[in-house]
Design a protein. Sequence first.
Lengths: 214, 454
Amino acid sequence: MRVVIAEDLFLLRDGLTRLLEAYGLRVTAAVDNGAGLLASVIADRPDVAIVDVRLPPTFTDEGLRAALAARREVPGLPVLVLSQYVEQLYARELLADGSGGIGYLLKDRVSDGAQFVEAVRRVAGGGTAMDPEVIARLLDRNSADRAVATLSPREREVLGLMAEGRSNAAIAQRLVITERAVAKHTASIFLRLGLQPSDDDNRRVLAVLAFLGR
Amino acid sequence: MSAGAQTPGGPAPRRGRWPWIGEGAVAAARGVVLCGLALAGAALLAAMVLALGTLFRSFGPAPSGPDSFRLAVVAAALIPASLLGVRWLAGQTRRLAGTWCGVPIAAGYRPAPRDAEAGFLRRLRDRAGWLLTDAATWRDLLWAAVSGCLGWLLALAPAGLVVYGLIGVVLPSLGDTLHQPAPGRTPYLGSLPAWLAIPAGIAIAAAGLRAGPRLLAAYATFARSMLGPTRQAELALRVRHLAQTRADTIDSGAAQMRRIERDLHDGAQARLVAMGMTLDAADQLLDTSPAAARALLAEARAASAKALAELRDLVRGIHPPVLADRGLAEAVHALALDMPLRVHLASELPGRPAAPVESAAYFAVSELLANVSKHAHATQAWIDLRHEAGMLRIGVTDDGTGGADPARGTGLAGIERRLAAFDGALAVSSPPGGPTVVNMELPCALSSPKTSSC
């Protein structure tokens, strides 16, 4: 799998490269600004781009805008955005085109290499990886919602993991239950929230995110 | 603020075909009260002058008996009493000019001396000095003199015109008896028929009612020229305000620095120290007990995650990244998205205010929204952001239970203090049962919208 990294801090850029290569991914380019990202994405056509939100020259949300620009340039390019802090506002902007292949994670998550690489692979495969903190706040915001309030605590847990973008198998492993139990929970959740059930993992995640973010 | 009939503090518009009749009647009644205040002031001034005269005479060459001594004591007591009386009357006139006539008058007094420890005589001397050296006191006396001679006529004019007109209406029926002309003199109404007094009287009374609010505003404006602060007093007030807000700002800045220092010291810093020790312990155990070492490493990783989370919260509290990235409107939008209630945001900001103003406004909104979700039992909130006439105006409304009081609760008072540093203001309307409406104003200019770089 081929990866392009855009991160302005040398320590993190270097660490990320080493981490990904340790897990058998190939870093084709590691740049430190938005323009460099755009150029290497067009030249290398990687399977996924990992982008820091804060990049020079403005050190604001340059990386986010560069990531969105890269996706316009290379339609369907999977992008994983990393940030020192997460905002629902930015998550919405990333998800706005509704086509998946989007990740939005706190930088802290790189400290769990296996989980992080799993998220990178998921995004590269067209899936979604939303930071648990984004999802926690989304759920918080919906806590007063009548449909969400009828969910059992377990179902709410499953809903959260689903919104993060995890597959049934991953959810089952995480909660130490069988995949069939997870399937039962997801069916119940979709029924309660009035959503169309779907076998397609990605479409399912986007439906849940759309419901929570409405 | 306009001084017309439809002033904010003036009477509410009445229903009916001729609302001005009611407004005029109210104005006439209020004019009588203001006239009473002016005449009372003049009476007190006269008493003071008389007392002064008596006092001088008692020290004069005239023979002084026990009677004149007693008189002098009474006179000496009368002077400060009437002085305070005039100040009180002036204060009432200021208040009523604002609430009744829509001409708010600020008091330009110097603050009273505060020296609780000093002895009685010392305090008496200080207070007397404070009263007598304040130019505003002497301007109050000037108001009493001028209002007592002339101003009261203006205040009484609406009522006077109405009464005079009404007398005219009833005159013809009384004319024969009351105004029987003496033999050889022209009749009261000359050669005109007596009934003409009726339309004339109605016209005069109507003019009095119609002009009432405006005459009252004219009186208030006239009073303001003496009761309002002079330019110098205004500047003194301004300096006092600036000194106060500057001290508050420095205090709150210092308090925030201390809080950040403490948070870092007890939080991230302590965690990093602990992490170092845990890693060292893991290092020791690596050969003898890899399982225990692995457990310690997991612990260290958890500690690093906690430290990062704490630093993130700290940064949010100092200057939220989204505010720096996107400006006030988007940052407030991001805040709204994190609220457990529906927040409707309307914003019209063509540019960005200066960073400190933006930050003050952001934290004010953040605090208000936190209040709404904590105390108001609201399901919805509305935020309105706009820039008009050199002011950043922010309205935050919720459909909750109301009862918010800036005098209690430190939250609203804190916001008010923070806004005051920028000459901003906060107004709260929160009747029991709701809704709560909070309006904030911050004078500021907007920079041109930031151009995006890609």
